[in-house]
Design a protein around this ligand. Sequence first.
Ligand SMILES: [Zn+2]
Length: 220
Amino acid sequence: MTDHRPPQKDAYDLILEAIDSHTYRPGDRLVESELADRFGVSRTPVREALQRLETQSLLTRDGRSLIVASLDHTQMSELYVVRGELEGLAAKLAAHHATPEEVRVLRDMLDQDRTLVDNPEALSRANRRFHKQIHLASHNRFLVRQLDLVHRSMALLATTSIAAEGRPKDTLDEHDKIVTAIENKDADAAYTALRDHISAAYVTRLKLDASAVEALDVRF
Ligand SMILES: [Zn+2]
C-alpha cells in the first residue's frame, strides 16, 4: 500500500482530523490548493469540505481567507453558558436577600434606562450597572467575584449586542421582568427571567456574527 491513509477517508475527514490534532490551530488559514497538495486530493472535494466545515462553524472567514475558528468564538459560547447560570443564580438569590432599598434602586435604574433607548452606547453601560446591582443584591461575595470575572471576559468581545436592531427595547422589557420577579420575591421567576435575558443576548450576538459572515460572502 503506497497511500499512507486509509482509502475511505475523504477531504472532509482529513481536514477535520488535522484540526483535531492541532496540525491546524485556531486562527490558521486554510488554503484550498495547499490542502489539496498536502492530502493528495483534487481541489473540488477540498472546496466542498471547506464549505461544510464553515457551515458547521469549525471554520470562519477572515477577509478573503478561511481560518480555523478562533478560541474567541468558543470562549464566547462557553462564557454565555456560565454567564446565564451565574446571573440566574444572582437573580434568584437577590429575590431572597435583596433589601427593599436595593430593589428600589433596581426599579429606579430601569426607569432611568428607559430614556436611553435611542442611545445604545449609554444603554450598554447602563446595562452593566444594572447587572452589577443584581450581583450585589445577591449578597453572595463569592458569586459577585465569579461574575466580575465573567464580565471582564465579556469586555473582550468587540461589540455590544444591545446595539442590534430591536434589542434596546427588548433588553429593557426583559430587565422589567427580572425586577418584577425580584420585587415579588419570586426566586424561580427571577432566575428564569435573567437566564432567558442572557440567552436572548447570546442569540442576538450569534445573529450579528452570522450576518457579518453573510456580508463577506456578498462582497466576495
Ligand atoms: Zn441586561
